[in-house]
Design a protein around this ligand. Structure first.
Ligand code: CP
Ligand code: NVA
Length: 331
């Protein structure tokens, strides 16, 4: 039977089968072709969506806005201070109001339970644009980018996440790799390894799909022969700035450097969901340089700007994949 995601929310990839994820990736490739060839695709004309952001965003917000417009929809953006939600109105009440007006709701916030509550109450599809636990739309863009680089054949390839392997992106990457038969390595200090709940959920999925999940604290072992070296910021949105000192101490050995890239497969690519701290051209980057004496954090500038880096392809692919998620769930 064909895949039908109509009416479904998109909260985390554990909720989706391998066939459903592959369907969304195929749809993303179609939308990318339509965009590249300038072919109109206003398939959802007359519908309206709302984007609720409790945390800041560049890529996710812009991808949802442009994708919504390309599909012919009306798009309303509510910034972290732009609605009553949280301070004057509960998530459940907000969900029931927005569900009466909009055909779909994007939510970026803190507690994953909040996006679950929205989805339970809204009566329309809710899309998770990042919570403290998961970043599922990012994963579709990442896998599409990997597919484009490895001839659409990822089974048996190895993806290594270097650094804060406990964070939302690392957890999500473990899930999508397990679902798609891609070997996954989490490479970081013991203190920042993925939580047991996600490991326990992923191990049987990986086994069923013939791939492995490895945890290592040795950067060389993590990089050795990998096809993708992936990293993310050392301190995520919503975490207090006091954790920087501890994280820098823990995570410096896991910076993706030219030396680590040299240990990876000869065809290996570098990936990062962005934004990235690879120089001192941001206020945070400059402050960290002044306080801790380091000018690069999770990735060296040479790797970020180098020929193996695919970070801006990944960013573009957010648009095509988010469009696929909205189309599949709203059509
Ligand atoms: N990768 C990502 O989610 O970027 P933004 O925080 O800019 O949306
Ligand atoms: N782990 C990062 C991802 C940003 C896209 C964060 O949550 O801030």
């Amino acid at each position: 039977m064909g895949v039908n995601l109509s009416g479904r929310s998109f909260l985390k990839l554990l909720d989706f089968s391998t066939a459903e994820i592959e369907y969304l990736l195929a749809l993303s490739r179609n939308f990318k072709d339509l965009k590249r060839t300038g072919t109109p695709h206003r398939y959802l004309e007359g519908k309206n969506i709302v984007l609720l952001f409790q945390k800041t965003s560049t890529r996710t917000r812009c991808a949802f806005e442009v994708a919504g417009h390309d599909l012919g929809m009306g798009v309303t953006y509510l910034d972290p201070s732009g609605s009553q939600m949280g301070h004057k109105e509960s998530i459940a009440d907000t969900a029931r109001v927005l569900g009466r007006m909009f055909d779909g709701i994007e939510f970026r916030g803190f507690a994953h339970a909040d996006v679950e509550e929205l989805a339970a109450q809204a009566g329309v599809p809710v899309w998770n644009g990042l919570t403290d636990l998961w970043h599922p739309t990012q994963m579709l863009a990442d896998v599409l980018t990997m597919q484009e680089n490895f001839n659409y054949d990822l089974r048996g390839k190895t993806v290594t996440f270097m650094g804060d392997a406990k964070n939302n992106v690392a957890r999500s990457l473990m899930v999508v790799c397990a679902k798609l038969g891609i070997n996954f390595r989490a490479c970081g200090p013991a203190e920042r390894m993925p939580d047991d709940d996600v490991l326990e959920a992923c191990r049987p999925i990986a086994e069923a799909n013939g791939c492995t999940i490895t945890l290592t604290s040795d950067p060389a072992a993590g990089a050795e022969g990998a096809h993708v070296l992936y990293t993310d910021v050392w301190v995520s949105l919503g975490e207090p700035s006091e954790v920087w000192a501890e994280r820098i101490g823990l995570l410096e050995p896991y910076r993706v450097t030219p030396e680590l890239m040299a240990l990876a497969d000869p065809q290996a690519i570098f990936m990062h969901c962005l934004p990235a701290f690879h120089d001192t051209k941001t206020t945070t980057g400059a402050r960290i340089a002044e306080e801790f004496g380091i000018s690069e954090m999770e990735v060296s500038d040479e790797v970020f700007e180098g020929p193996r880096s695919r970070v801006f392809d990944e960013a573009e692919n957010r648009l095509h994949t988010i469009k696929a998620v909205m189309y599949a769930t709203l059509k």
